[in-house]
Design a protein around this ligand. Structure first.
Ligand code: DON
Length: 295
C-alpha cells in the first residue's frame, strides 16, 4: 500500500502546476504550492500515507461536512426545512441562485447552505464553535486541532460576499442568529487546520458508522451524508468527480479533498493549487488513481 501511495504521488504531483493557490482569502495565498499529501485509513484501522500527511492545512469547506453531520444530529429533519439537497450547478459562493430561489440554499455544501446550517447549530447551542472543534478532536483522536488565527482573521477581513449571503438569508426569513454572528462562526469552522491523516481518521464514522461514540456517530445519517457528498461535495464539479473518482467526497479551497468508501477506507489528498471550480488539481488526480487501484 505504501508503494502504491508513493507511485500515486509521483503521478499526481506534477498536475499541481496546472492550478493556482487560492488568494481571495489572502492568508491562503501563503500555502506552499508544492506541498502534497495522501493519507489512507482502512476499515480495520491500518494507516498509510505519503508526503506531508501530518502537516496541518486549512480545511476550509471540508468543515461543511462535519458541520452538516452535527446539524443532522442536533436538528434532525428540521434542518431540511431550511436547506435543500440538490446540486447547485453554480459556484460555491454564488449569490444569484440564493436570490432567485428566495433564500433557500440548494444544499448544505455551498456557502449559503453552510451559513444556514451554522446558523441553526449556533441557535441550538451558543457554544457551537467549540463543540465543532471538540468533535473534530474526538473523531481524529488529535487533541491539538486548532483554528488557524491568521486564516480566521483573513476570512473576517475579506468575507463580505458571505456576509451578503447571510443578509439575503435574513431578508428571506431563513436566519435566526445575527448575520455577523452566523458568518463569524462559519469563518471559524473554515479556519480550522488539520492534516490529511487527521481528516482521513475523522471521516471513519462514514466508513464504519457503527463504531465509536462521537456525536456524529449517533443516528443513521452516514448514508445520507455520503449521498450529499456524492452529489454536492465538489460543487459544480461534483458530476465530473463522480465520473472520474466515483467516491463520495468533500473538497476545500485549502487544497484538501476527502473521500470515503463504505466498509473499506477513508482517504484525504492535499495539494494547494486549485482548478477554476476551487478544487485541488493534483488532489483529484491522486484520488482518481487511488480509486482505480482500490475500488
Ligand atoms: O467561504 C469561503 O469562501 C471559504 N471559507 C470556503 C470556501 C471553500 O472551501 C470552497 N471550496 N472548495
Amino acid at each position: 500500500m505504501r508503494d502504491l501511495l508513493d507511485r500515486i504521488a509521483t503521478t499526481a504531483r506534477p498536475h499541481a502546476a496546472q492550478g493556482k493557490v487560492a488568494s481571495y482569502i489572502p492568508a491562503l495565498a501563503e500555502a506552499d504550492p508544492d506541498a502534497f499529501a495522501l493519507a489512507l485509513v482502512t476499515a480495520d484501522g491500518e494507516e498509510f500515507s505519503t508526503g506531508q500527511a501530518a502537516q496541518p492545512f486549512s480545511i476550509q469547506s471540508i468543515s461543511k461536512l462535519f458541520a452538516l453531520a452535527l446539524g443532522m444530529e442536533w436538528l434532525g429533519e428540521d434542518l431540511w426545512e431550511r436547506v435543500g439537497r440538490e446540486p447547485s450547478g453554480m459556484r460555491f459562493n454564488s449569490l444569484i441562485q440564493l436570490e432567485t430561489e428566495r433564500g433557500r440554499p440548494r444544499n448544505p455544501f455551498i456557502n449559503a447552505g453552510a451559513i444556514v446550517t451554522t446558523d441553526a447549530l449556533l441557535h441550538a447551542r451558543s457554544d457551537y464553535a467549540e463543540a465543532l472543534l471538540a468533535e473534530l478532536r474526538l473523531l481524529s483522536g488529535n487533541p491539538d486541532i486548532q483554528r488557524d488565527a491568521d486564516v480566521h482573521r483573513s476570512e473576517i477581513e475579506t468575507g463580505d460576499l458571505n456576509r451578503a449571503m447571510a443578509y439575503v438569508l435574513k431578508a428571506h426569513g431563513n436566519l435566526r442568529c445575527d448575520p455577523m454572528a452566523a458568518t463569524e462562526a462559519y469563518f471559524g469552522a473554515c479556519a480550522i487546520a488539520m492534516s490529511a491523516l487527521d481528516l482521513a481518521r475523522a471521516a471513519m464514522f462514514l466508513v464504519t458508522p457503527q463504531t465509536g461514540d462521537a456525536a456524529c456517530h449517533a443516528g443513521n445519517n452516514a448514508q445520507r451524508l455520503r449521498a450529499i457528498m456524492r452529489t454536492c461535495g465538489l460543487y459544480d464539479q461534483s458530476g465530473e468527480f463522480a465520473f472520474s473518482v466515483g467516491l463520495p467526497g468533500k473538497s476545500g479551497v485549502g487544497g484538501g479533498v476527502l473521500v470515503v468508501q463504505p466498509n473499506s477506507f477513508a482517504a484525504c489528498a492535499w495539494s494547494p493549487p486549485l482548478d477554476r471550480f476551487g478544487n485541488s488539481v493534483a488532489g483529484q488526480v491522486a484520488l482518481e488513481e487511488l480509486a482505480k487501484h482500490l475500488c
